[in-house]
Every structure is written in C-alpha cells, then in structure tokens.
Design a binder for this molecule. Structure first.
Ligand code: ATP
Ligand code: MG
Ligand code: MG
Length: 585
C-alpha cells in the first residue's frame, strides 16, 4: 500500500471485524449535485469491483452535505446509472442520515480540545494560512479560546444565532504542518438552506473533510477508495478518526479517468447546455452516463473500457476511440443484424407474378445459431438503399446501374436493372429489374441489403429520422490552451449532429400514402423499445432507438398490424458507432 497502513487500535479493529465478519466493505460516494460521467464509471467499477473480487459488499452513499447544490433528479439518476452499469448497492445510504451523530461527535471533538469555533472571515483564514504568497502561517485568536466557550458558541451556531460566514467550527490540527490539509480545516459552517432530506432541521452543515471519513467509519468501510487529489487528505482523514477514537478505514487512491474530445466537469457541461450547444445533459454527444445510455452505448462496453484502461495512480486522458472500439466489439457480438435501407429506392421485379412471395430464413448473426433467426419476406416489390444505385455507371462500380446486376443479401439469385423511372428533378424513383432465376445467372460482384413490402408478411418499418454524431469537440484536449487558444467553448463543432430525415417514399401497398421517411427497416425493428434494443443495420452502422421516438400504442404492436403501428409511431434512431474504425461518418 502506498504510504503504509495506518496504526490500528486493536479494540476498534476487533469491533470492526465483528461488524463486518472480516468482509471487504467499500462505498461509491457521489455528491448528488450532477449527473455521473464516464469518469465515475471508473469509480463505480473500482469500488463495486474491488468488493466483488473479494467477496465483499459496496454501499452507494449519497454524500449530501451541500444542500445548495443538490437536487432530487440527481439522486434518481445516480442510482439508475449505477444499476444500468450492472452493479447492485448493498445498501443505499445518505451522509445526511448521520447529521445528528456527526453533530454529537463535533461536540465531543470540542470537548477533547480538538476543535474550536472561529469567527475569522474567509480572507482572514486564508491570511493565517500564509495567503497566496505561501507566507508564514499563524494561529488565529480564536484557536486558544477555552473549550467551554467553543461549546457555547457551537450551540449558538446550531441555534441559528449566527448568520452565514459569521462562525465556523474548525478542527484544531497543526498550522505549522507542511500539508495544507492540517491547517485547521473547517468542520461545520452556517448555511440557511433547507436540505433535500432534513428540511430546515439544521442551519449548520458538516463539510466534506469532516463528514467523509466519519461516514466511512460508521459504515465499517474497510477500503476507502478515492481519487489521487485526496492524497493529502489521507492524513487528515486518519487524524480525525484518531482524534475521536473511532474505527479508521484504510484510504487508497487511484487516478482519475478522462477521455479526449470532451469535457466532463459539471460547470462546463452546464455552460454547454445553457448556451444551447447541446440539447441537454443527455445529449448523445456528451459523456455523461445518461448521454451514453441514450446514444445506445452498451453498459458492458463502458465497463470493458474502464477495465482495459486499468487502475493506476496516474490521471489519464484516454483516446475516446478506445471506447468506440469496445462498443463496436460488444455490439459485433451481441447486436442482431438486420437489413435497413437509407433513402429507400423502390424496385419492382417485373418478371415475378404480382402475388409472388417467399419467406427467407435469415440468421440474426451469420454462423451464430445462438442468436436465433427470423423470416424475411421476399416479394416482387422491394426497396434498396439509394446509395446502391448509380445513374452514371463506371467499370469500377459493382453495385446497381442500368444493365448491371447485383446480389441481394440472403436471396438465391441476383437482379439486373432493366429500366429506371426518374422524377421531375431527374432523380431515380423506381427501378424495373429482372430476377435472374433463369439458366444463365450472372455472378454478382457485390451484395446489397434490401427490404420487401408485403402486408401478409409484415411491412418494412419506416424510420423517420436517423441521427449521426461526430465529436462535439474538434481537438483531443479542448481545455488545453496550446491546442485551443480561443478557449474550449470555441472548439465546439456546431455541425456535429447530422439529422437525416426524409426522402419522400411511396410505401408499397399504401399507394395513396406518401410519408417522409429517412429509412426503411426489417419489420423486427418494430419490437424495438426505447433504449432496450440495439441493432447492426447491415452495411450501415450500429443503431439504437432514441428516446425522442414516439412508440406505437402497445395494443397495435400486439395485434401485429404493422400499418397501424407505423402510422401511430415515429421512430428516431441514433447511430451508436460506425461499423469499422476507419469510416469516420
Ligand atoms: P466531478 O466534479 O467531475 O463531478 P467529483 O469528484 O466532484 O467529480 P463526486 O460526485 O464527488 O465527483 O464523485 C464520486 C466519486 O467518483 C468520488 O470518489 C470521485 O473521486 C470519483 N470520481 C469523480 N470523477 C472521477 C473521474 N474522472 N475518474 C475516476 N473517479 C472519479
Ligand atoms: Mg462531483
Ligand atoms: Mg465532489
């Protein structure tokens, strides 16, 4: 252990071991003043992971001692995010549950002459600590006041007889120690803010420095795991436990995790939201856990990413591409593969009878029977992706053009384009093709995906909008002035969200119905529920349903009436990640 283990009082250790049965006990202690981000995913993995690896347990403790910054939605979102990552808190606790006990220990600390009420202003306290110039340090006049006087003053603080800033309780540590964490830290301050859970019961609130180690002690935490900026706090953490003679956990530090091309701090995220540069805290271009979830990033990919990066004491900024790679690797294994076509282009196979229909059995993943299979209707009318047809042919183009053949994925024979109908603007809207089921079948050089329309076998599902995301920040490290001299906000790529909505498509049997649609997909997509399902759209990318989708009422889904479903619903898909590392868009 870095820095050596603290001195342990045998009697306290015995009581501790009795309480825990010798089990490892850790805690993840977020302050409920914002949404969790990818860095917190590391903290969650470290705490829950360490406990799990040693057959122990991990608490989720809301460190809610700062009522000014805390909101109900953060409490809810934090627990959801922890569960989403696949971890189950042993118990959910709140630092505020201990307000009475913490108060009593503060009184005890004064009695032991290890704390005093101080009336210095913030400026004065700073000056006594040597000021900005790191000059000589000195005790303030209040430090030497009698215990009885501090007890009476602390009572007055609690009774609301001091305004904010007029009095604080400070720990009597060592102003001459080289470690700033010993310069008589503040334990309690006056705050006339009602608390989310305790209402207006208290007008004094304990600080992080005072609360954190004592709550760890109360919960019999064995390993207090925290990030390296708390290294200097380790000694003051031990000091307070010893000063009160309570059980003392061991503190270990690990490095903070950051990723490139983003910012994580709450204050900066708030600026982005307020400036309208993102749609909210869960904008899929952000790296908050709600944003990653909304985008469709699987929680397993986040955990794999965190584990791959590893646990060291150095703070690291990891290329965001490594998260993409983990996402791709996970989705490649687990996401069902479906055919979908962007900007659907209608095809009629003119040599097939009007009522021609075959059911093709298509696996959700080739050579992976465990993923299952489903049937896909193959009919006379179908759609391909507009990008798989060219009016201007060239010898190095292997997909569809006038007079050319192409294979349709999963279909036994290729098709050949015989004629093209153009709209008024000269754009192709309908291809007349031959299904090559005769004796001289040309061997296709390429295969393309397609969807068929036949109401008896389920209609293809119109997708109203596809959203494709680039990095929100152009530079690896937008906060680095040498990379971005104009400041991080200027680094935002305002064109990083691409919304693909609407080619005007005539939807097969609803000849009269013309609707705006960005894409058409395999009918299986209709089973997609917001955030639950992620797909590989073959040859296009990995996609997940966005929460902006309006899902059809469940009765229409149950009835299997696709026309009614899609008429009532509006599907919006996010591209989670590209199929391969190289294709950036
Ligand atoms: P932020 O200001 O970014 O929200 P924080 O340190 O205030 O971070 P808390 O809500 O207090 O965050 O964090 C809960 C736990 O998560 C703490 O133990 C903290 O050290 C840890 N943590 C926060 N950010 C990171 C990070 N980037 N990497 C690893 N652990 C982190
Ligand atoms: Mg925080
Ligand atoms: Mg914090």
């Amino acid at each position: 252990r870095p820095g050596g283990n603290p001195q342990i009082d045998p009697a306290l250790m015995e009581a501790h071991l009795k309480a825990t049965g010798g089990q490892v006990v850790t805690r993840f202690p977020p302050e409920p003043n914002g949404f969790l981000h990818i860095g917190h995913a590391k903290a969650i993995n470290v705490n829950f992971g360490y406990a799990k690896a040693h057959g122990g347990v991990c608490y989720l403790r809301y460190d809610d001692t700062n009522p000014e910054a805390e909101e109900e939605r953060y409490f809810t979102s934090i627990l959801e995010a922890v569960k989403w990552l696949g971890f189950t808190p042993y118990t959910v606790t709140y630092s505020s549950d201990n307000f009475q006990r913490l108060y009593e220990l503060a009184v005890e600390l004064i009695r032991r002459d290890k704390a005093y009420v101080c009336h210095c202003t913030g400026e004065e306290i700073k000056a006594h600590r040597g000021g900005d110039a790191k000059g000589p340090r000195s005790d303030c006049v209040h430090r030497a006041r009698p215990v009885a006087e501090s007890l009476a003053e602390f009572q007055k603080m609690k009774d609301g007889r001091y305004g904010e800033g007029e009095a604080v309780l400070r720990m009597k540590m060592n102003m001459q120690d080289g470690n700033p964490q010993f310069w008589d830290l503040v334990a309690y301050r006056v705050l006339n803010t009602p608390h989310h859970r305790t209402g207006s019961t208290w007008c004094i609130y304990p600080t992080y420095d005072y609360t954190h180690c004592l709550c760890d002690s109360f919960e019999n935490i064995t390993h207090s795991l925290c990030t390296t900026e708390f290294r200097q706090s380790r000694e003051s953490y031990y000091w307070l436990c010893d000063a009160l003679g309570v059980y003392k956990p061991v503190q270990w530090e690990y490095g903070r995790l950051n990723v490139t091309n983003t910012v994580l701090s709450k204050r900066k995220l708030l600026q982005l939201v307020n400036a309208g540069l993102v749609s909210g805290w869960d904008d899929p271009r952000l790296y908050t856990l709600p944003a990653l979830r909304r985008r469709g990033i699987p929680p397993q990919a986040i955990n794999n990413f965190v584990r791959e990066v590893g646990i060291t004491t150095s703070n690291t900024t990891i290329e965001v591409e490594r998260l993409d790679n983990q996402t791709r690797a996970y989705l490649d294994e687990h996401a069902p593969r479906l055919m979908a076509v962007v900007k659907p282009l209608r095809i009629t196979l003119t040599n097939l009878p009007e009522d021609f229909s075959e059911s093709l059995t298509v696996p959700f993943k080739p050579r992976t029977p465990a993923m299952g299979e489903h049937t896909v209707p193959f009919t006379r009318e179908l759609y391909i992706d507009a990008s798989d047809f060219r009016l201007e042919d060239s010898p190095d183009y292997f997909r569809l053009a006038r007079g050319k053949s192409v294979g349709l994925l999963h279909v036994p024979h290729p098709i050949t384009c015989e004629d093209v109908e153009l709209d008024a603007a000269g754009e192709p809207v309908h291809l007349l093709c031959r299904y090559e089921n005769g004796p001289d079948v040309p061997k296709p050089k390429a295969y393309v995906q397609w969807v068929a329309h036949n109401p008896a076998h389920g209609s293809p599902v119109p997708i109203q909008e596809l959203r494709v995301y680039d990095r929100l920040f152009r530079h690896n490290n937008p906060l680095d002035k040498s990379e971005v001299p104009e400041g991080w906000l200027s680094d935002v790529d305002v064109d990083s969200l691409h919304r693909l909505t609407g080619a005007l498509v005539e939807v097969g049997v609803w000849d009269a119905v013309r609707r705006w649609t960005a894409a058409m997909a395999d009918p299986v997509v209709e089973r997609a529920h917001v955030e639950n399902l992620r797909f590989q759209f073959v040859r296009i990318g990995y996609f997940a349903v966005d929460k902006d989708s309006v899902l059809p009422p469940s009765e229409t889904v149950a009835s299997g009436d696709s026309a009614a479903c899609t008429a009532a619903g509006q599907l919006v898909f996010n591209r989670i990640v590209t199929l391969r590392e190289s294709n950036k868009k």
